[in-house]
Design a binder for this molecule. Structure first.
Ligand code: NAD
Length: 254
């Protein structure tokens, strides 16, 4: 087992990629803190882990609020006595053209997608430093790397994550804390389902339209992304820091 006795916090793990990551981490021996704004989703994830024989606990938290990030870290420490891994996965999906985005849109997308990861890192650092080790995995996107039509607020926030990762990797290396990003391609999650419903198209149409550049010509599955996150969170990646791993079916290769 690759995460035996490790304690992992995964934000936004009541759904999609976060849930698949929580389940995979628990299968690999981690004790998982499922941090979510949606407590019902978090409890479902915890239940699925516990019924498979794993260990997990849920906490209701909005990562855009600094006090909630402290609540997550406190709960992890009180429950399990240490924090080895933080996966910053929760995200707000705010799309549109620059002329349509409101002040509230910009505040929301940056509060959840950029300030949220920063607050969570700040909250876990005292415990990680005390243990002289840690692995932080931020979730970016192909949208961190490329332009997509009418995606300005989301893509701007997701590209910020790449330099957030590099800067943290530099500052935290002396404490043996590694920081990396996983950039998923178009992945079949509830967030994607919602986006295509709003566009009024079918999943097949979405795949053909949204995913046309994908070399493998299909949507990713949440568990396929979770395997990339597992690699960077585990000691298999002990010499990897400050970088990003694209798990995108070759979407950005051409
Ligand atoms: N699905 C894709 O195609 C895709 C592609 C590239 C990157 N991503 C990234 O993967 C990550 C997961 O996306 P997903 O598709 O699984 O989405 P999802 O909507 O299925 O899951 C995201 C979860 O985050 C939670 N969340 C939202 N705001 C929160 C907040 N303020 N505090 C705590 N929790 C909050 C939601 O309740 C939800 O359960 C995101 O970072 C997303 O940007 C997804």
């Amino acid at each position: 087992m690759r995460l035996e006795d490790k304690v992992a916090i995964i934000t936004g793990s009541g759904s999609g990629i976060g849930r698949a990551t929580a389940q995979l981490f628990a299968e690999e021996g981690a004790k998982v803190v499922v941090a979510e704004i949606n407590l019902e989703g978090a409890n479902e994830t915890v239940q699925s882990i516990q019924s498979a024989g794993g260990e997990a606990v849920s906490v209701e938290a909005d990562v855009s609020k600094e006090e909630d990030s402290r609540k997550i870290a406190d709960l992890a420490y009180c429950e399990y006595g240490k924090i080895d891994i933080l996966v910053n996965n929760a995200a707000a999906f705010v799309f549109g053209r620059v002329e349509d985005a409101t002040t509230e849109d910009w505040d929301h997308v940056f509060s959840v997608n950029v300030k949220g990861p920063a607050f969570c890192v700040k909250a876990v650092l005292p415990v990680m430093k005390q243990g002289s080790s840690g692995a932080i995995v931020n979730i970016g996107s192909i949208s961190s790397m490329i332009a997509q039509p009418d995606y300005v607020p989301y893509n701007t926030s997701k590209s910020a994550i790449l330099n957030f990762t590099r800067c943290l990797a530099m500052d935290l290396a002396p404490f043996n804390i590694r920081v990396n990003t996983v950039c998923p391609g178009v992945t079949h999650t509830p967030a994607l389902e919602k986006a295509i419903q709003e566009e009024g198209i079918t999943l097949e149409e979405a795949n053909a339209h949204l995913n046309q550049p994908c070399l493998l010509k299909r949507l990713g599955q949440p568990r396929e992304i979770a395997h990339g996150i597992l690699f960077l969170a585990s000691d298999d990646a002990s010499f990897v820091t400050g970088t990003s791993l694209l798990v995108d079916g070759g979407y950005t290769a051409q």
